[in-house]
Design a protein around this ligand. Structure first.
Ligand code: CA2
Length: 155
């Protein structure tokens, strides 16, 4: 049970290439490499997946749920991008794979932005939320996820 999944949703493949004022200059490849280093420092492996398609993200969450049941995957860090504010289907998917822990992360402080970003369909299903720490939030999210995993499975 020593692998984590980093899941990124729509347009996050553009990280570091546009809108550096909002999302920073770090690329998605940098984020994934940093996340792997963080996971390994904490004794875990890490797989990364990004998709611009809601159904592909849902399929990946279902697969993560099956792997969690089989003892092959410990938890998920998920930036659902704009689907955060629209997707009942992703809320249902995360609810459908409980008790797999899913940490929701947002690079920007969505509450300091447009009103349509203030509501998350994902948050009620998430085990924890990290918002507004830039791409360093991914490191915080992995650290928080590992704390929750260790609390649920004391050595
Ligand atoms: O702050 C976040 O992490 C968001 O999840 C990012 C989403 C946005 O819709 C959410 O409200 C908050 C957007 C991701 C788009 O990423 C881009 C990166 C570079 C250039 C353009 C888009």
């Amino acid at each position: 049970m020593s692998t984590l999944l980093l899941l990124n949703g729509p347009n996050l493949n553009l990280l570091g290439t546009r809108e550096p004022g909002v999302y920073g200059a770090t690329t998605l490849a940098d984020v994934e490499a940093q996340a792997l280093a963080t996971a390994q420092r904490l004794g875990f492996g890490l797989e990364a997946f990004q998709s611009n398609h809601e159904g592909a993200l849902i399929d990946k969450i279902h697969e993560a749920g099956r792997r969690h049941k089989a003892g092959e995957l410990a938890g998920v860090v998920f930036n659902p991008g704009a689907f955060t504010h629209t997707s009942v289907a992703l809320f249902d998917a995360i609810g459908g794979v409980k008790p797999l822990p899913v940490i929701e992360i947002h690079i920007s402080n969505v509450h300091a932005r447009e009103a349509f970003r203030h509501h998350s369909y994902i948050s009620p299903a998430a085990a924890g939320i990290v918002i507004g720490f830039g791409t360093e939030g991914y490191t915080l999210a992995i650290e928080g996820l590992v704390r929750k995993i260790k609390a649920a499975h004391p050595a």
